[in-house]
Design a protein around this ligand. Structure first.
Ligand code: 3PG
Ligand code: MG
Length: 368
């Protein structure tokens, strides 16, 4: 038991048992004509310790996951076939059900669907950290009736992320980026309670700039969040580091460098070199850093420098470093720095919600 949650050991003898393992195999896919390939199998490999623990002890493992966001009906675009093929290479003999979201009962958290899932199943293991913030049937249903436990991945993720929240080493720095701020305001406010500094990059900085009354040109921002950003700045402005320069496109569509005031028609797509250097200093001086969300549109080489510099600082700092979220993890991998941070979380939304609330529906389900 850890935090009142049973672990694999608590399942007792698993020999000959059929064990349903909820995994998060929601992996990025690339489509080329008819061929679908997995562009990153990190989430599949991350589930192997749990799968192997069970199979080595004679259990028959049945994995189940969602993939993408099909709308409650079968859709060949989101078929589990490519994942099943990769899983067969990594863990031969392990079953994988069809995409859970082909049935509306999954997201509807329908007891009848849970019943179908656990038909003929003896035990349940949740190892789907990345989906444990969802109150979906496969996450919260099976533990109501079956002997249940958390898998090794879920255990590790919870240990690391709750460690940040509950036992911070100071200075503790959070670096947030990405486009959408509405998803993240809850976590921004929760993090401001525990961190010493909050670095904000990515398009979300424009909603803060708008709250400061700065002209942001045609940059992406969320008008309905401006008031909340103003309130956050008034309450905790001294902890918040916003960019001091930006790069993007001017009104004519040419690459340009700006201060923090963007002329009409201009769009900011990355933090500038001055900001990246300042963010690096904050990260280098920290003892603990959590990073979620790229600093700019790093898929475009012209706007990758801010994210690359932050990724490099994460790799170089002596601080304990945790990266959460698919985009930041993909950026780290693109720059070949993923082995140089202490923990890459398999969860984006889940890691933010765990930091914000200290618990997740998938954990609560295992506790009761
Ligand atoms: C993720 O990729 O963030 C998880 O697999 C959850 O997927 P969802 O956001 O579609 O619920
Ligand atoms: Mg997501």
């Amino acid at each position: 038991m850890i935090n009142g949650i049973p672990t694999l050991e608590d399942l007792g003898d698993v020999t000959g048992k059929r064990v349903l393992v909820r995994t998060d195999f929601n992996v990025p896919l690339s489509h080329e004509g008819e061929t679908v390939t997995i562009s990153d199998d990190f989430r599949i490999r991350a589930a192997l310790p749990t799968i192997e623990w069970l199979t080595e002890r004679g259990a028959h493992v049945v994995c189940a996951s969602h993939l993408g966001r099909p709308k409650g009906e079968p859709n060949p675009q989101f078929s589990m076939d490519p994942v099943r093929a990769r899983l067969a290479e990594l863990a031969p003999g392990v079953e994988l059900m069809e995409n859970l979201r082909f049935n509306p009962g999954e997201t509807g958290n329908d007891d009848a669907f849970t019943g179908e899932l656990i038909d003929g199943i003896d035990m349940y293991v949740n190892d789907a950290f990345g989906a444990s913030h969802r109150e979906h049937a496969s996450i919260v249903g099976p533990a109501k009736t079956l002997p249940s436990a958390m898998g090794r991945l879920l255990e590790k993720e919870v240990d690391v992320l709750l460690g940040l929240r509950n036992r911070p080493r100071r200075p503790f720095v959070a670096v947030l980026g990405g486009a959408k701020i509405s998803d993240k305001l809850g976590v921004v406010e929760a993090l401001l309670e525990v961190v010493d500094s909050l670095v904000i990059g990515g398009a979300m900085c424009f909603t803060f700039f708008a709250a400061q009354g700065k002209p942001i040109g045609d940059s992406l921002f969320e008008p309905d969040q401006v008031d909340t950003c103003a309130r956050i700045l008034a309450a905790s402005g001294s902890k918040i580091h916003l960019p001091s320069d930006l790069v993007g496109l001017d009104a004519a569509g040419s690459y340009a460098t700006f201060g923090t005031q963007l002329p009409a028609g201009a769009k900011g797509f990355d933090v500038g070199p001055g900001s990246a250097a300042e963010f690096t200093d904050v990260i280098m001086d920290a003892r603990m850093v959590f990073w979620n969300g790229p600093m700019g549109m790093f898929e475009d080489d012209r706007f990758a420098a801010g994210t690359r510099t932050v990724a490099q600082a994460m790799a170089d700092t002596k601080a304990f470093t945790v990266v959460g979220g698919g985009d930041s993890a993909a950026a780290l991998a693109q720059f070949r720095l993923d082995d140089d941070v202490d923990h890459v979380s398999t969860g984006g939304g889940a890691s933010l919600e765990l930091l914000e609330l200290g618990d997740l529906p998938g954990l609560a389900a295992l506790r009761n």
